[in-house]
Unconditional design. Structure first.
Length: 318
């Protein structure tokens, strides 16, 4: 049960609060409450199904940003064995917004890279809320080139509202670092599979997602700008954020139809934050399937595959 409920989840929060109160009272008085708890839990499940079956794009954004949603470190710790983290860009500094290194995914040696937002105040500050600086993208480039040198597949976990927009980042070449990361992705002679696990924001996300196969968790979003940013530009008002989210076609369903996303990975009922282990397991199965589909392709074929994929984007209509 999550500890944080979104605005549209209030009826669910009320029911789960009633279950907790009932359990507390029952445990204290020695009363058998199993039947009533079971009835309320069934009601919670029905409410979850009804609510999540008709989420608006803006509500999907809220789910993608849920603070208890599993982040990159959770995926790496669960899926990657013998993980050896690598740090620094060998030019300026270490950027904790990018977590990456060498390991094994279900026995297969690989390089893994993820954007990490953090789970509490301390870790969010440490990881800069997943907003990567130029040195982070240059670290990602270094790791991808390492993978290319040793013929290792690359797995990336995308989760950022966007690249860090600070003056210091711009002074150190933020735009060039992002562009170069995209170039490195496209030039890799090894399989590259990317999974958008939460927010896929702007070039900050594409820098790790110019992949052979782009996967999205069911309630993840992927867009050129945040809905808030879009609303402030087009409507000059934050009040139109829901209109912006609707117009942007940023949900996994829409992006699959448009050919931007290749695979949508189903999440547990109520979102990945309700059962992180199940969500990560589903993601692992999907990644394994996509990596297997790329086996046997040589470097030239993998590069051409990516080229054809991105040139074809935008040719499908909703």
């Amino acid at each position: 049960m999550p500890t944080t409920f979104l605005d549209f989840e209030k009826p669910i929060a009320d029911l789960e609060g009633a279950i907790m109160e009932l359990r507390h009272r029952g445990n204290g008085e020695g009363v058998d409450i199993a039947e009533e708890v079971s009835r309320l839990q069934a009601k919670v499940e029905r409410q979850l199904k009804a609510t999540y079956a008709k989420l608006t794009p803006w509500q999907r954004v809220q789910v993608a940003r849920h603070p208890e949603r599993p982040h990159a470190v959770k995926y790496i710790e669960t899926l990657i064995t013998e993980f050896t983290p690598l740090a620094g860009d060998r030019a300026y500094a270490e950027d904790a917004a990018i977590v990456g290194g060498l390991g094994r995914f279900r026995g297969r040696p690989c390089v893994v890279i993820g954007q990490e937002k953090g789970d509490d105040t301390e870790s969010r500050i440490k990881h800069n809320f997943g907003m990567v600086k130029p040195e982070g993208y240059r670290k990602a480039q270094r790791l991808m080139k390492l993978a290319d040198r040793f013929a290792l597949p690359v797995i990336t976990f995308v989760d950022t509202a966007g690249a860090y927009p600070g003056v210091d980042a711009e002074a150190r070449g933020q735009a060039e670092a992002i562009a170069r990361s995209i170039e490195v992705c496209l030039e890799l002679g090894v399989p590259l599979v990317s999974l958008v696990i939460g927010e896929g924001g702007s070039g900050g996300a594409v820098a790790l997602a110019a992949a052979n196969r782009v996967l999205m968790m069911e309630h993840a979003v992927y867009s050129v700008i945040t809905p808030e940013g879009c609303a402030s530009i087009l409507w000059r008002s934050a009040e139109n954020v829901q209109d912006a989210a609707e117009a942007m076609r940023l949900t996994s369903d829409d992006l699959k139809k448009l050919g931007v996303c290749d695979v949508v990975v189903g999440e547990p009922l109520g979102g990945a934050h309700r059962d992180p282990d199940a969500a990560v397991k589903a993601a692992a199965d999907a990644i394994e399937t996509e990596l297997a589909s790329l086996d046997g392709m040589d470097a030239a074929a993998l590069r051409q595959h990516r080229r054809d994929k991105f040139l074809a984007m935008g040719q499908k209509g909703l």
